[in-house]
Design a protein around this ligand. Structure first.
Ligand SMILES: [Zn+2]
Length: 322
């Protein structure tokens, strides 16, 4: 009964958003049915929408990788390539010639995942937004634990991210978070503002580094990877798709949105090439993850529509326990 009520409410709200979006000419009749058909046509995933995994799985993958020593003595390393605000159905447009997702999924694993605290069609328990999404991956928990239900909230240091705990627990020598969205830690009332102060006060080798734009973030990541002794755990986020979605529409029929996704996917591939060119690459055991924090619908996200709820997760190592 409860589930039926929730389904009905989600349907009513979704329909309202579709109709208003169409009235303003921003969604080209982007419907849940078309979205679902596109997602189901993808052959990149080993699971279904019903069995989508929580985005908190990212935390477990990284923690397990770092905490388990390599049998052959290789140094454990992690690189997370974040594509902010990328709808799962945009993956139907991948350009396989210049795609980090293609590269990772051909020799790795892919699953459908979800944001918002519970799988669709249940009503989300945290906004399908940037701060709660990435925070759930970095803490391995939902907002009922870390407290970040939406953007513009400062996370308590009672729930530190894996960037900090991995270093404190000695499973990584250093970590870095490279971003260009000022809502992460640039001012009070942003997610990691207290944690950034915490690591700076303690002098921990945990970097929260901001750049003005994606080019700056990519330069920071590549510069790090080019160092002989690069950071052990690198997490970076590109805003190409999210920015374009907010200005012209999160929609697979929007050419600008699709090319912003292609730009992110091509840039991510260029980062992987820099990583593979490392002199010590053969002596390192890298965990590579590509994921997004949420989808989008019309000019926004944060709400409960199916287009906002699903995310993707690609990894060079198994994601699901068999
Ligand atoms: Zn976002």
């Amino acid at each position: 009964m409860k589930l039926n009520l929730e389904r009905a409410l989600v349907w009513i709200i979704s329909t309202f958003l579709m109709v208003t979006g169409s009235m303003f000419g921003t969604n080209h009749w982007d419907t849940p049915e078309k979205y679902t058909a596109r997602v189901e046509s993808l052959t990149l995933f080993s699971n279904t929408m019903e069995t989508a995994v929580p985005q908190t799985a990212v935390y477990n993958l990284i923690r397990n990788h770092l905490a388990t020593p390599s049998a052959d003595g290789r140094k454990k390393k992690v690189l997370v390539l974040g594509y902010d605000g990328t709808r799962v159905d945009t993956l139907t447009t991948i350009d396989p010639q210049e795609s980090a997702i293609t590269k990772l999924s051909q020799n790795g694993y892919g699953v459908l995942s979800y944001c918002g605290g519970v799988n669709y069609p249940r009503m989300n328990t945290q906004a399908t937004s940037t701060a709660p999404g990435w925070c759930s991956m970095l803490t391995g928990a939902w907002a009922d634990v870390h407290g970040i239900t939406g953007n513009g909230q400062a996370k308590s240091n009672d729930h530190l991210t894996l960037l900090t705990t991995a270093v404190q627990d000695g499973i990584a020598d250093s970590s870095a978070f490279y971003v260009s969205w000022s809502g992460h830690f640039n001012r009070k009332n942003t997610t990691y503002y207290p944690e950034k102060q915490y690591v700076e006060e303690k002098g921990l080798p945990v970097k929260f580094q901001y750049a003005d734009n994606d080019e700056g973030t990519l330069a920071n990541v590549k510069n790090d990877l080019a160092q002989k002794d690069c950071t052990d755990f690198i997490f970076f986020i590109m805003e190409y798709a999210d920015h374009t979605g907010h200005t012209s529409g999160f929609d697979v029929k929007n050419k600008k949105y699709v090319s912003a996704f292609h730009e992110a996917d091509a840039q991510a591939l260029s980062v992987l090439r820099v990583l593979e060119a490392r002199e010590t690459y053969d002596q390192e055991d890298w965990l590579l993850i590509i994921t997004t924090d949420h989808g989008g619908c019309n000019l926004n996200h944060g709400r409960c529509t199916i287009q906002e709820r699903y995310t993707f997760l690609f990894c060079n190592k198994p994601i699901l326990a068999e």
